[in-house]
Ligand binder design. Structure first.
Ligand code: SAH
Length: 495
């Protein structure tokens, strides 16, 4: 049984131990404020049980959580109890651990990065500082300061020689600030509220102890948020590294149809954007056909083998393996790859392509094959089902005996409802190829984000956008990921 902290929201702040335990667990009992994708590494057959509290919704009572954990652990299961931040910092991990101990269940506690240091760090507020604060106090803001039996000693907090960090402090901020001032804390002391710290869309509102409550109300700051009171709150100006990033607060949609898209997503995240990746197409293998089986069994008879995509390369070798063959079957053939990516995929299977054009379109491959003898030779073109006939036609014209086999089909992926919802307020949609324009606009239909500005990698893609009835806001000058980013950044600076 493991009581595990999941950190404050940024998945990158989950500990290695937490990820190991999640990957191994039979059952995971999780709270509301765990990072997006925190459970992605769980086993397919793991039980994922939500036991979080939500304002206004009846939740699983604390005793029942304890009983359920105990029962699962006694059944011999590997159980993870996953909590936001650190399990022992306002996380009731102490109570759950005690209940387990009483029930005779052994457990391990895995600390997490607590919001009090993480949300502040992401907001550019050092909770201690040589000049400003030699101590920091984590305080619950949940208590009613007017209650006689309040657990908080307001006089002591007012006199505390350092930074005060209030958790759960938004609702009672006005009362708490008043109680501190009444007990002698300086009303002019710098203060800040950090909303959704380390999550996409993190926001910080700065003021003084006396004015923060009004500022928080005006800016409609919502939980989860931390309240920081102390001179360190004014250090934000120099240290707010995250909120200074050029795409902070912007949501950008990336279609995940090409290998380069994940590089684009990572670069956008680095610039501060919230990135939603949508799968636009999916590869469906077709190697289980007589046509492919025959080609694989007799591949040694071909003088020239043309491979037109990295997927094609992988599936060709899968088909060869099914036929009991390997790379040696291609020993006598000239092998042509449509571009460097396909050549790399072939290399991974032990084949150094003989012909690789730099531009990866069929026309370029036809050109690059100009010096290869084709007349009277058997030629295999291994490719996608829906490809153009430029290459086989050209090779036939030159006297080749051409067999075309379809190794796979690219099918349009239905966008999942959650992702579609997530992109409705997107600021940008990026397109890196005309095929993704087609598949994404078809998949989204009238749920294409209406206000999003469209960034196109180049003129061909741009034409496809206009053909789909949409407007191109920016077109890259350089037709690669860097060019696309530069165009997007320039646009974001003025919109
Ligand atoms: N165990 C958690 C705290 C749970 S109490 C931890 O160690 O972080 C819940 C409170 O934590 C929220 O009301 C809020 O004050 C604070 N909190 C949690 N996540 C936060 C975040 N990402 N940004 C700002 N405050 C957060």
């Amino acid at each position: 049984m493991y009581l595990v902290g999941a950190g404050p929201g940024d998945p990158g702040l989950m500990t290695r131990r937490s990820l190991e335990l999640i990957a191994d667990a039979d059952a995971i009992y999780y709270d509301r404020l765990i990072p997006p994708g925190a459970l992605d590494g769980a086993r397919d057959d793991a039980e994922l049980i939500y036991v979080g509290k939500q304002p206004g919704v009846p939740s699983v009572p604390q005793e029942e959580i304890g009983e359920r954990l105990t029962r699962a652990a006694r059944a011999g299961k590997s159980v993870v109890r996953l909590k936001g931040g650190d399990p022992f910092v306002f996380g009731r991990g102490g109570e759950e651990g005690e209940a387990l101990h009483e029930a005779g269940v052994e457990f391990e506690v895995v600390p997490g990065v607590t919001a009090g240091v993480a949300a502040t760090a992401y907001a550019g507020i050092p909770v201690t500082h040589r000049d400003d604060a030699s101590a920091v106090a984590f305080v619950t803001g949940h208590e009613d300061p007017k209650k006689a039996e309040t657990a908080l000693d307001w006089a002591a907090l007012a006199a505390f020689p350092g930074t005060l960090v209030f958790y759960m402090g938004v609702k009672r901020l006005g009362e708490n600030a008043a109680a501190l001032i009444a007990a002698g804390r300086d009303p002019e002391e710098p203060a800040a509220a950090v909303e959704r710290g380390t999550w996409p869309g993190q926001r910080t509102v700065g003021a003084t102890l006396a004015t923060l409550a009004a500022a928080v109300e005006r800016e409609a700051v919502k939980a989860p948020a931390l309240i920081v009171i102390g001179d360190v709150a004014a250090r934000r100006e120099a240290l707010a590294w995250l909120e200074r990033r050029p795409l902070h607060g912007r949501t950008v949609v990336v279609t995940r149809a090409r290998a380069q898209a994940s590089g684009l997503a990572a670069r956008l995240r680095g610039l501060g954007a919230t990135v939603v990746e949508l799968p636009a197409i999916r590869i469906e293998s077709r190697i289980d056909t007589d046509e492919v089986r025959a080609a694989a069994a007799t591949i040694g008879d071909y003088g020239l083998v043309c491979v037109t995509s990295p997927n094609g390369a992988d599936l060709l070798f899968e088909a060869l393996a099914e036929a009991g063959r390997d790379a040696r079957a291609l020993a006598g053939a000239t092998v042509a790859a449509i571009g460097p990516g396909t050549a790399r995929a072939l290399a991974a299977h032990g084949i150094a392509a003989d012909v690789v054009p730099q531009r990866f379109v069929a026309e370029a491959l036809v050109e690059a094959l100009a010096d290869v003898e084709v007349e009277g030779k058997r030629v295999l073109v291994a490719r996608a089902a829906e490809a153009r006939n430029v290459l086989p036609d050209a090779l036939k014209e030159r006297g080749g005996e051409v067999d075309v086999v379809a190794l796979y089909e690219t099918v349009r992926e239905a966008a999942d409802a959650e992702a579609v919802e997530a992109i409705q307020a997107a600021d940008y949609v990026t397109f890196t190829s005309s095929s993704t324009v087609k598949s994404l606009t078809e998949a989204l239909g009238d749920r294409f984000p209406a206000a999003a500005r469209i960034v196109s990698i180049g003129p061909v893609t741009g034409a496809a956008v206009r053909e789909a009835g949409l407007e191109v806001a920016v077109e890259a000058d350089r037709h690669d990921v860097e060019g696309l980013l530069a165009a997007l950044l320039a646009d974001a600076a003025t919109h």
